[in-house]
Write a protein that binds this ligand. Sequence first.
Ligand SMILES: *[C@@H]1O[C@H](CO)[C@@H](O)[C@H](O)[C@H]1NC(C)=O
Ligand SMILES: *[C@@H]1O[C@H](CO)[C@@H](O)[C@H](O)[C@H]1NC(C)=O
Ligand SMILES: *[C@@H]1O[C@H](CO)[C@@H](O)[C@H](O)[C@H]1NC(C)=O
Length: 470
Amino acid sequence: MGLPFIRRSPLSIFYIPPPRFLILLFFCFLALFLVFEVDDFVSRTKTIVGHNLEPTPWHVFPFKPSDQESKYSKASKIIQCSYLTTCGLNDTTPEEKQSHNAHDHDPPAQCPDFFRHIRRDLEPWAQTNITMAHVAEAQKLAAFRVVIVGGKLYVDFYYACVQSRAMFTVWGFLQLLKRYPGRVPDVDLMFDCMDKPTVNRTEHSYMPLPLFRYCTTPQHFDIPFPDWSYWGWSEINIEPWDQEFRNIKQGSRRRRWENKWPIAYWKGNPDVASPLRMELLNCNDPNNWRAQILRQDWGEAARKGFKESKLSQQCDHRYKIYAEGYAWSVSLKYILSCGSVPLIISQQYEDFLTRGLVPNINFLPIPPLDLCQSIKSAVDWGNQHPSQAKAIGRAAQDFMASLSMERVYDYMYHLVTEYSKLQTFQPVQPSTALEVCTEYVLCFADQKQQRWLHKSAAVPSSTPPCSLPN
Ligand SMILES: *[C@@H]1O[C@H](CO)[C@@H](O)[C@H](O)[C@H]1NC(C)=O
Ligand SMILES: *[C@@H]1O[C@H](CO)[C@@H](O)[C@H](O)[C@H]1NC(C)=O
Ligand SMILES: *[C@@H]1O[C@H](CO)[C@@H](O)[C@H](O)[C@H]1NC(C)=O
């Protein structure tokens, strides 16, 4: 019985190999081929957390998403999240859509007046419309491309974004689709997630480029869009907007107006290449300049569990200073929420809500020249006119109360809708973009981010969007 084996083995190389061996060889090659293919595939797949992406060249920042991950865990994460997640498991049911439509006959609420800036922001394309060439050209300045077709979201990633900006911004688009199922039109738009506007009106006067970002200036074509922190900023423990606003408003009641410190307060990070914030540090003198200026060290705050950085515990002063950072700052909305008088040092950058601010009604403007003296003058005026000062603080808080997440979604809805009306082409899924859905984002999120994503999830609206002022 054993004989044939013994005889064959020394001679086997002269033999034609048996079919079993060929099959084995074939599978070995196949496995090797697959390993190389998968490796190649994994190293080409760009993700919402920045895998296989470089930081934007126009704003370089330290970024190495794969440092903490082994090659194997990175590959398995990409395969699992990008290719094996099933989208649409928790999609809106038809019943929900129906109940939503039942309210369509109610006259919709009027949007806040400053929403009229949506049309002004899109005016550069009123004559030319937005062509595929505009979008293709804007891609050179974009970190990612957002395409909505038939209520589905596709995202093409070009460059990595700081921290989890891309994740929470894309999440915002997903929640918009969830809030208004069947209503969001097909669009194809370019988004940059870094701070400073880049589409200079002079340099691009020949061909204005439509590029979405978090802020703009009168000298730029960039289109302002609500920033990621409306869905929360998990790295520094800032809650999604509605919750954070409730916390701040409650915190602002810890002291009655009369008992709040009659000086101005600022706490923030001056180390963001902002000469203004550096200058502000010189005004830290409650007696001479009526101002208390504190450094916020986010590394230190994180180590202490964010106990001393709570925004809701920073409403104990009658005046709150807003100073721009590297560009606009997400802190504006939190400062306006305190019920204190916002002292806004002249702004160069506008985010979408800045347009709702009215000097001497819901804030006091502070000229940047002779900064400390300007702050002192505003505080002295307020202390001499306490009821007027109190009313300005209240108006600022009321303005932020009116800008609930519902209204933020309405702003996004109208901006995207007005933009889509200008498109001269029918958006289609880009061949390089994957569908991005709830399951995809949650799969890439770490545990803390997942908590924030769940907290900021939207539900279908029972009412239509507010109506845009003419
Ligand atoms: C822009 O679009 C509008 C509406 O579709 C159309 O009437 C107009 O002719 C277009 N303008 C140009 C320059 O293509
Ligand atoms: C826009 O570009 C022009 C021409 O290059 C330049 O003079 C101007 O300073 C730029 N504006 C801004 C805000 O960067
Ligand atoms: C889907 O819905 C179920 C029940 O509502 C929930 O437990 C689950 O976390 C949801 N999954 C996702 C991916 O949102």
